[in-house]
Write a protein that binds this ligand. Structure first.
Ligand SMILES: Nc1ncnc2c1ncn2[C@@H]1O[C@H](COP(=O)(O)OP(=O)(O)O)[C@@H](O)[C@H]1O
Ligand SMILES: Cc1ncc(COP(=O)(O)O)c(N)n1
Length: 268
């Protein structure tokens, strides 16, 4: 079995459904060796975000260096980065180590509406981090915020993909989870030349806390094990579809997905 070394640079979700916790659970399920650099601690549960406590830039850099100088990284993902200062420091470390399998999930707002990225930091994402991305995985509101394009159609989504490639990303996946009112969910992949639509059945559920984190983490785990992006995306779609299809029923609000479901474990 090929063991990939996967690093997540993201925020902690005390409720365990999103952020670092979702990433590490996903890495483990997909047989990648999971490591983390925490950018912020959130007090969070299925009802919402009760508190956000960013780490110092120094603490974030030290965690990344601890991993980079000893263990090594085959692929990494970024999630909640909170501030322009943290984004600049993370980009600097990625360049320093020459890491190439970089999955940028441009987390901005929690599903309950809490800000996980300062508005002023969007420019830093575009300037410093997106150019280092092997793939960037925005949802529709994030793609709108990054490109200024209002997305109401597939053509507008394609236009947004082109803008993100122009910013320096190698590949873009604009996810379709937010496009409600259809029986299908379509994720759009663009490699700078061709578009690929990946379509699955939309599952009617309110338990979608952490879907974006889990999806990007599954791509990262597969890249870490040496898969190419197209194969990594196939696994990630199967992983997230299974995780959303069999929710755990935890908490009174928007519950987490089931990170065991891909391997067939459905707790009753
Ligand atoms: N209700 C759903 N049914 C099936 N797949 C979904 C559903 N909601 C989201 N997904 C999938 O989960 C992944 C994360 O998408 P999305 O929820 O849009 O991201 P985010 O969590 O960043 O808002 C995508 O692959 C998307 O297609
Ligand atoms: C610490 C942290 N990071 C990310 C998210 C986004 O969650 P989602 O994957 O549902 O967009 C979150 N709610 N909390």
């Amino acid at each position: 079995m090929l063991l990939g070394r996967a690093l997540t640079i993201a925020g902690s979700d005390s409720g365990g459904g999103a952020g670092i916790q979702a990433d590490l659970k996903t890495f483990q399920e997909l047989h990648a060796y999971g490591m983390s650099a925490i950018t912020a601690v959130t007090a969070q549960n299925t009802l919402g975000v009760q508190g956000v406590y960013p780490m110092s830039v120094e603490a974030v850099v030290q965690q990344i260096d601890a991993v980079g100088q000893d263990i090594g990284v085959d692929a990494l993902k970024t999630g909640m980065l909170f501030s322009a200062e943290i984004i600049e420091a993370v980009a600097d470390r990625i360049q320093h180590y020459g890491w190439r399998n970089v999955v940028v999930d441009p987390v901005m707002i929690a599903k309950g509406g809490a800000a996980l990225l300062q508005t002023a930091a969007i420019q830093a994402l575009k300037e410093y981090l997106i150019p280092l991305a092997w793939v960037i995985t925005p949802n529709i509101p994030e793609a709108e915020a990054l490109t200024g394009i209002k997305i109401g159609s597939m053509d507008q989504r394609k236009e947004a993909c082109k803008r993100l490639i122009d910013l320096g990303a190698h590949h873009v996946i604009v996810k379709g989870g937010h496009e409600e009112g259809s029986t299908k969910v379509v994720d759009l992949l663009y490699d700078g030349e061709a578009f690929t639509e990946v379509e699955t059945l939309r599952i009617e559920t309110r338990h979608t806390h952490g879907t974006g984190c889990t999806f990007a983490a599954a791509i990262t785990a597969e890249l870490a094990k040496g898969k190419d992006l197209s194969d990594a995306l196939s696994v990630a779609k199967e992983f997230i579809q299974a995780a959303i299809s069999h929710p755990l029923g935890i908490g009174a609000g928007h519950g987490p997905t089931n990170h065991w479901a891909y391997r067939g474990l459905i707790p009753s």
